[in-house]
Design a protein around this ligand. Structure first.
Ligand code: OGA
Ligand code: MN
Length: 296
């Protein structure tokens, strides 16, 4: 394929390749074992990550310690948020967040259940949202539970000029009440008034600190609020922006296999997950790399 980029320094006996998905974002990195990655190959992968926003590595065999070790190469890790049950998981490994519908003795082992997870950027309700997230698949259903990613650069670029002018300089409140599965976060008293709900206020149009490209920073739809507007005007403007944000041409849909690791730039992408059959099992382990700058 003419768009393939060679990444030298792979460890699997030959050169590794970066193969773009052909969608607005995303690329597969072929021939890499993330347990054992030389510095040169890692640097090239980081360049591919800036270029493609989301990278897929197939056929990985990572223990939690190895997942954490690879994740740390991108920076300090966040501790996983407390799960929906009020617990942290994986004893001794607070960096690992479990996304799963599996129950043991009636208790979910992870978060997000088996329903849809709506479009969102991870933890953008914090002043310093994580810079990167990665999700590693351990068990997947035979169908459903696909994860789609969208490019906030592509969404911004496609907005009509008049709308870009209208939103220049506006700020948006990112709600911290509900997670993407609709569950109330630990320690939060639920409210549906976006003006008073907990959260962080960020510019609606941000510039990526590395690529310097502009993007539309929406976070998630529920309880979002455009600072300073009447609630009805804020809702109308958000609905208009989201009518662009959800268009399929800005997205890439990933169909999981066991052993996939997907790494996304959480500063310039959103993601969502399809529902799946509750009778089937899905187990993913996630890590997050701490953000080092407020979105600006
Ligand atoms: C996440 C998330 C979706 C999925 O881990 O942040 O949104 O596909 N996961 O499990
Ligand atoms: Mn998420």
């Amino acid at each position: 394929m003419s768009t393939e980029t060679e990444v030298t320094g792979g460890v699997s006996g030959g050169p590794t390749h970066v193969v773009p998905t052909g969608a607005a974002l995303g690329a597969t990195v072929i021939g890499v074992d993330l347990k054992d990655l030389e510095e040169v190959a890692f640097a090239r992968i980081m360049q591919a990550w800036r270029d493609h926003l989301v990278l897929l590595f197939r056929d990985q065999t990572l223990s939690d310690h190895e997942l954490i070790a690879f994740s740390r190469r991108l920076g300090d890790l966040d501790w996983a948020p407390i799960q929906e049950t009020g617990r942290r998981f994986v004893d001794g490994l607070p960096e690992i967040y479990i996304v799963s519908n599996v129950k043991v003795n009636g208790e979910p082992i992870g978060s997000l259940g088996d329903g849809e997870a709506v479009w969102h950027t991870d933890m953008s309700y914090l002043d310093l949202p994580p810079k990167a997230s990665m999700l590693y698949s351990l068990e997947i259903p035979s169908s459903g539970g696909n994860t789609s990613f969208s490019s906030m650069y592509a969404i911004y670029d496609a907005l009509p000029g008049k709308l870009k002018d209208r939103i220049a300089g506006l700020k948006i409140k990112h709600d911290g009440t509900y997670n993407s599965g609709g569950y109330v976060r630990q320690g939060v008293t639920p409210t549906d008034d976006p003006r008073t709900s907990p959260g962080a206020v960020h510019p609606l149009v941000c510039t990526h600190p590395d690529t310097r490209k502009r993007m539309l920073y929406l976070g998630r739809r529920r309880n979002a609020y455009i600072a300073g507007l009447d609630l009805a005007d804020s809702e109308a403007l958000l609905n208009e922006l989201w009518s662009y944000a959800v268009l399929p041409q800005f997205a890439w849909e990933h169909v999981w296999r066991v052993g996939d690791l997907v790494l996304w730039d959480n500063r310039c992408t959103m993601h969502r997950r399809d529902a799946f059959d509750p009778k089937q099992r899905r187990i993913m382990h996630r890590t997050q790399v701490k953000g080092d700058a407020r979105p600006v």
